[in-house]
Design a binder for this molecule. Structure first.
Ligand code: NAG
Ligand code: NAG
Ligand code: NAG
Ligand code: NAG
Ligand code: NAG
Ligand code: NAG
Ligand code: NAG
Ligand code: NAG
Ligand code: NAG
Ligand code: NAG
Length: 456
């Protein structure tokens, strides 16, 4: 993993040494610019001598600071990959959000490892690594330095100060060790939007379509505001509300997670095969608005007996996972933080309540293997300054998005178990009482043990 990251980075450095920045894309040999492996992409399993011919890899030199003259010291090299259509309907820019890897998405699509763009293969799909990440001048911090802030949540002011101090060390390290000097001042949405415009120009498209997920939605929205005459069909999926203060976002996030726990509790109460069915209602979440966790996952603060019990146990003594002892792919100890963030991940998107109950029930019995996660990697932490809340893409809405990108016709209002479409002028209904909405697979709840086809 580290090896290929280094190769990509050195490639960018070599480009930066050229005497004059070019304004066009430099098409490169994809087999020499392979993205870093991750959970879904195994670079070493590829046959690099027979890569698909519709996959194109490139680099574009752009100013680091767009307000200053373009020169070697003021230059960033953006890594980009495209999947070109045989008969193109135009450009489709995709941004997966936050500091998520971009270029690898185009590889996965070209190699048929992802079907996320089925129905959109008539477009030239363009994905770039946003500046500061992966093949686009990645910010630089060591895992050792980062370890200072990846511990448990602070529980009192002294601990909070220690995390604050450690955060300052990490941020200083990003500032001191990233290249070119000063880049950390120029990794905002403003610059990313200009990078997309540079990319559009370099490729010669008159207008672009854009699919932005999460923070990618904010970037696409900002692009549309800045370059309205370049906009074809734009989809902003789960666009992160950057106008909200981090404090308000944290409150919303905690409230949303707490409601999901109550939905889980309601599901359990209405289903006798739930292991906690006999224990009665779980109780009301106690949300403490005074807690703020910079750079860490938001906390799950709730009063749900079984969950509290396993978190308390893990805090006292982390659960041990024998099969992960000596492993390089998983950590053998499950601490309270792992359980909190594991539950948070499981509750987001389309939660599988039975699977969540099974995980809690086995952990109560001493087997916490459901919460095993891979150890942190440098790729995960490199671009944390760009990170924001992320959400999982849900399938029925994906079909609606694809239809809109293809036709440009806004979807009709609809209200099904999986998706609600609001049309202009419609108001969002108040959020219903979690104990008063239907539960179970027929009401749209996921159950990995009993797959129910959701009509769409
Ligand atoms: C990646 O592919 C290589 C070569 O096929 C294989 O040996 C290795 O086990 C794979 N790694 C993972 C994590 O699947
Ligand atoms: C890789 O692809 C080339 C060209 O198609 C082929 O000749 C070669 O046998 C492949 N190698 C492997 C290990 O599959
Ligand atoms: C991916 O699937 C398409 C359609 O089935 C096919 O034409 C193409 O050759 C496949 N590409 C690869 C790399 O397998
Ligand atoms: C904060 O918690 C730590 C243990 O985690 C303890 O050692 C310390 O005394 C506490 N400080 C205060 C001010 O409560
Ligand atoms: C944090 O840093 C400040 C300033 O350097 C120092 O006074 C303080 O003792 C540190 N606090 C902790 C908990 O490390
Ligand atoms: C990252 O920073 C370290 C110092 O912490 C430095 O030794 C290393 O060369 C830097 N890596 C790159 C690719 O700039
Ligand atoms: C919950 O765990 C207990 C103890 O491990 C086990 O006996 C029971 O079958 C589990 N219940 C369910 C519904 O999975
Ligand atoms: C891990 O390594 C230690 C020391 O070599 C050994 O005693 C232990 O059995 C190993 N554990 C596993 C699960 O392989
Ligand atoms: C969708 O249906 C729910 C439940 O029937 C209702 O509360 C809500 O107001 C509806 N929303 C819209 C936009 O029609
Ligand atoms: C009850 O829970 C089980 C799994 O624990 C699930 O398979 C079943 O579909 C659920 N039934 C209802 C009506 O929710």
């Amino acid at each position: 993993m580290l090896t290929s990251a280094l190769v990509v980075f050195l490639g960018a450095t070599a480009a930066a040494a050229r005497s004059l920045p070019s304004t066009g894309i430099r098409w490169t040999d994809c087999s020499k610019n392979v993205p870093v492996s991750d959970i879904t992409f195994n670079a070493s399993a590829l046959n690099l001598t027979s890569l698909p011919s519709n996959l194109h890899c490139g680099q574009l030199d752009v100013p680091m600071d767009y307000s200053k003259p373009f020169c070697d010291e003021n230059m960033i090299t953006l890594g980009v990959a495209m999947v070109r259509a045989a008969k193109s309907k135009g450009a489709l820019f995709f941004n997966p959000g936050g500091s998520d890897a971009g270029v690898v998405v185009a590889w996965e699509v070209a190699l048929n490892l992802s079907n996320a763009f089925d129905g959109l293969t008539n477009f030239d799909l363009l994905v770039m690594d946003v500046r500061g990440t992966y093949s686009s001048n990645p910010l630089n911090v060591s895992l050792e330095t980062f370890a200072g802030i990846s511990g448990p949540y602070p529980t009192n002011e002294t601990e909070f100060d220690a995390v604050k101090n450690a955060s300052a060390v990490v941020i200083q390290s990003w500032i001191d060790n990233s290249s070119p000097p000063g880049i950390i001042e120029h990794v905002g949405t403003r610059e990313v939007v200009q990078d997309y415009e540079s990319m559009r120009k370099a490729l010669g498209y008159d207008k672009v379509n854009f699919l932005g997920a999460s923070q990618g939605g904010s970037r696409a929205a900002q692009y549309a505001v800045t370059y309205p005459h370049r906009v074809e069909n734009f989809v902003l999926d789960a666009s992160a509300p950057h106008g909200l203060s981090i404090y308000d976002q944290a409150q919303d996030h905690i409230a949303a997670l707490s409601r999901l726990v109550l939905r889980a509790d309601a599901y359990c109460q209405s289903n006798s095969s739930c292991p906690f069915n006999s224990q009665g209602k779980g109780g009301v979440p106690k949300v403490s608005p005074s807690v703020c966790f910079p750079l860490l996952e938001y906390s799950l603060i709730l009063n749900f007996k079984a969950i509290n019990q396993i978190i308390a146990t893990a805090k006292e003594t982390p659960y041990f996972i024998p099969s992960c002892e000596n492993s390089t792919t998983c950590s053998p100890y499950i601490a309270d933080l792992d359980i909190r963030s594991g539950l948070q991940g499981a509750l987001l998107g389309s939660p599988d309540f039975p699977a969540i109950f099974e995980a809690i029930n086995s952990t109560l019995a001493g087997d916490a293997s459901a919460f095993v996660s891979p150890p942190p990697t440098i790729e995960d932490v490199v671009a944390m300054p760009l990170l924001c809340n992320d959400y999982v893409v849900d399938q029925p809405s994906t079909k609606i998005m694809n239809a809109f990108i293809n036709t440009g016709v806004l979807p009709e209002a609809q209200n099904s178990t999986q998706v609600t479409v609001y049309t202009p002028g419609m108001k969002v209904a108040p959020i219903s009482d979690p104990y008063k909405v239907p539960t179970g697979p027929k009401a749209g709840d996921v159950d990995s043990g009993e797959v129910v086809e959701i009509p769409f």
